[in-house]
Design a protein around this ligand. Sequence first.
Ligand SMILES: Nc1ncnc2c1ncn2[C@@H]1O[C@H](COP(=O)(O)OP(=O)(O)OP(=O)(O)O)[C@@H](O)[C@H]1O
Ligand SMILES: [Mg+2]
Length: 488
Amino acid sequence: MKAGPKAAVSDQPLPFKPRSEVESERFLAFADKFLRVPKGTNSRGKLHLRDWQVEIAQDVLDSGARTVGLMLPRGSGKTTLNAAIGLYAFFCWGDGANVVVFAVDERQAGLAFSAARRMVELSPELAERCQVFKERLYIPATDSSFAVYPASPAAAEGLDYVLAIVDEAGVVNRDLFEVVQLAQGKRAKSVLVAIGTPGPNVEDQVLLSLREYALAHPDDRSIRWREFSAVGFEDHPVDCEHCWSLANPALDDFLHRDALVALLPPKTREATFRRARLCQFATDVDGAFLPPGVWDSLANGEPVPDGLDVVVALDGSFSDDTTALLVGTVSTEPHFDKIKVWERPPGDESWRVPVAEVEDEIRKACQRWNVVEIVADPFRWTRTLQVLESERLPILEFPHSPSRLTAATGDLYSAALNGKMSHSGDSTLAAHVGAAVIVEDSRGIRLAKQSRSRKARKIDLAACLVMAHSRATWRATRNTRKKARSFR
Ligand SMILES: Nc1ncnc2c1ncn2[C@@H]1O[C@H](COP(=O)(O)OP(=O)(O)OP(=O)(O)O)[C@@H](O)[C@H]1O
Ligand SMILES: [Mg+2]
């Protein structure tokens, strides 16, 4: 069947007469009769729903709750099960059975839709009765639709659905979720399902808010919560088999153990693995840039020897009340040291970063070492960069674009983990690196402070490190010395 509307579809009712009055049992009969695995393990085979999937279907179809929150790790068949339940409602709930699925972005929406479309294609009885459009299935006989949207609150305005599924509720935008929630109430029966794996932002996340609410209000029957997680076992090692099976009902079934083994830290960061594969979200360790002990193991107690080729990085902003200068040797395995950090003395509201002093310190560094580059984010340091450049110092702007920061942060991370760098052991440097957390969004990763609060621990030297490491290693792999000297 090709994508695109068919001129004529059958208006005959589905040959489907389940005996049970219980929705989840009817769904099982529907799946058994019409649905096949759309891809991956057992592709094209019968979609045999596991007991734990049946329990989820009961939450969605039998519980009477208006909102169902489901937390499962990556790869546990969330998108596939959504598509299956969605198709059941779409084909079997009579007139105007509108099913909507929201995904975080175009790509996820495409995955969700192709799972459903593929299931329809694999069933002649279903395929015969519905039209297939680019992002929508439609049954003319009942005026029912099954549509998948990328998350945008505008797309969700004015919805009228019997079943709404928000896939990836761990990362979905809260505005969108609220619009979908508020569209409820137009029908005697409608269900909103929020399903997902915990996302990186544990402070503000639709999935975790639902979880918190449901656990705090066990008597509220309008909401139903179910999770598969190793929450409570955060002290177990990351490769603990007990935790793996606790959190992953599909393990050794359609979720392959060797794939999980292949992702174990250090290939992914421990916090990421715990979140995505075990549904754990201990906030204290979550997102820490480096695993415990890694930074200390890279200290050799030495300063950067005078006269070497180095890069100098400058970071900090006037509003953060801190500014930092860092030096690193030009090398494929660079050595770093703090030059200086300026920080507001506690309680001194009138304090400003002494810009002239910062500039002087940079000039001094240029006398002490052979500074081949001075890097800074031009957004914050335009004036200083202009002044120093007019003195023919080798200024290099390091614009903090998402793609650039993602690459530089990733490189620094693997260098630290593989011992391909070293540092003096300076305590402020250690504190700034220790305070940095990694934030991850659709545009990539970058370092950030633990919170926006002014009191949050400073990370300016860590931000310098990302830039300095990127430039120092880049310089070391290219013969750019002549060119750099011509600046001076
Ligand atoms: N009984 C089953 N239920 C669900 N999926 C199954 C089943 N049997 C096999 N599969 C296959 O397992 C895979 C599950 O992947 P799916 O994308 O649905 O998981 P997910 O939890 O949405 O993953 P992600 O966390 O990456 O979004 C699919 O390829 C699916 O076809
Ligand atoms: Mg999915």
